[in-house]
Design a protein around this ligand. Structure first.
Ligand code: PLP
Length: 401
């Protein structure tokens, strides 16, 4: 816990306002002049990236991909940050995976090549954008799992005089998408391959059910089960004369097993930050805690009021995406609870006597995709010092749709 009193008492500051003129914060950030900008002067709630831990996570995944070997096309929905995507590519990622056409446009227009969009263009809006993006950026790929969409893509791509890179999404344990494995999947792939305006690029098989299965051995078993039909499909397609393509899937939970289970590339996303629920799934070396990746993201919050036993009110409320499964950094005995849109709650059974109004805590989120979507920037820190600010993009308005 960091407290305002500690800074004053510790002689580091003579008072927050005197030490740092808050009115200058935005102007300094715009100039990337971070002198005097520490966590203590930030508004709350704010997202903080611990740069050392974040870099360690990126390096761990990049090294694994190289040694496995398996290609890496990390999912950006978890961070929605061009800055982070560029760092992932610099460390060897062959592109990025995106959840929406808007996210794909954002990444592609920022210069990231090899964007894979994992939902098919079902609406006219999405269809015309997928085709337009294919024309602007020939490295862009998107999935299909339905014959009617394949027909519409062919027609739109013909009209636009473009060849779209298309990946067939196959069932891998999640009922939300993916054509049935075996003959139906192969027939759809053959339609794509035989078309004039699409190239068949391979398969997408996201086994989301395996990602959070507790225990490494149980997780490996689940991933193998979920991917067995996919492997049969790939073999059948090969026999049918279809070209070998990518087999994309996987998650942070299964990153160090899927290269043995048929995938050619990984779509992992959460490993950059890790969330509190992922920590509990256990790793290969420790079945209780998943230690492969570090918790590098937190939300800095302030205690706003204290009048009742065993609880304080914070500014980490529902609009800040507080979840009861979140954890407080360094204070596992503090429980995150919900209280209101702008009112957060920290509760405890024992201790807590020292907590005062104005104290600050850092919270580890338990649903990264949802949480990062609520904030407009990451404050990037080395220790207590802010060293950069990265925008979180495409969260609302036209850029989100
Ligand atoms: C299609 C797809 N691929 C990959 C991932 C990445 O999984 P994780 O964040 O668990 O690494 C997700 C996450 O939900 C996903 O939806």
């Amino acid at each position: 816990m960091t407290t305002r009193r500690m800074f004053v008492a510790g002689g580091l500051m003579t008072g927050v306002a005197a030490a740092f003129p808050y009115t200058e914060l935005e102007a300094r950030i715009a100039k990337k002049d971070f002198r005097g900008i520490t966590k203590d002067v930030l508004p709350t709630p704010s997202m903080i990236v611990d740069l050392d831990l974040f870099e360690k996570n990126l390096t761990t995944m990049a090294k694994h991909a190289k040694s496995a070997p398996i290609l890496l096309r990390p999912h950006v929905k978890v961070h929605k940050s061009v800055e982070i995507a560029k760092r992932q590519v610099a460390l060897g990622a062959i592109g990025v995976t995106a959840a929406t056409v808007a996210e794909s446009e954002l990444m592609s227009r920022a210069g990231i090549r090899g964007v894979l969009w994992t939902k098919q263009p079902a609406s006219d809006n999405n269809l015309s954008r997928a085709v337009a993006l294919s024309k602007q950026d020939p490295s862009f790929l998107f999935v299909v799992d339905d014959v009617s969409v394949v027909a519409r893509v062919e027609e739109a791509a013909a009209a636009a005089k473009v060849k779209c890179k298309v990946v067939v999404s196959v069932f891998a344990g999640l009922t939300r998408q993916g054509i049935a494995n075996g003959q139906p999947a192969v027939e759809l792939a053959q339609k794509v391959h035989a078309s004039k305006h699409m190239s068949f690029e391979g398969w997408m098989a996201y086994s989301g059910g395996a990602s959070h299965t507790k225990g490494w051995a149980a997780r490996r078993k689940k991933s193998a089960e979920d991917l067995s039909g996919v492997n049969e499909t790939v073999a059948l397609a090969r026999k049918a004369g279809l070209p070998n393509g990518i087999v994309s899937g996987g998650s942070t939970g299964t990153y160090n097993m899927d290269h043995e289970l048929g995938l050619t590339e990984l779509e992992c996303g959460s490993y950059v930050f890790m969330d509190s629920l992922y920590k509990a799934v256990g790793g290969k070396s420790d079945d209780a805690v998943y230690t492969d990746f570090e918790s590098s993201l937190s939300v800095l919050v302030t205690v706003d009021s204290r009048h009742h036993a065993g609880q304080v009110t914070t500014d980490y409320g529902n609009k800040a995406m507080a979840q009861v499964t979140d954890e407080v950094k360094g204070k596992p005995w503090l429980k995150v609870a919900k209280q209101g849109a702008e009112y957060g709650l920290l509760q405890w059974k024992d201790g807590g006597g020292e907590i005062r109004v104005g104290d600050r805590f850092e919270i580890y989120c338990s649903n990264l995709d949802m949480s990062t979507n609520c904030y407009d920037r990451y404050y990037v820190a080395r220790g207590n010092q802010i060293v950069d600010v990265w925008p979180i993009m495409g969260r609302s308005g036209p850029a989100q749709r």
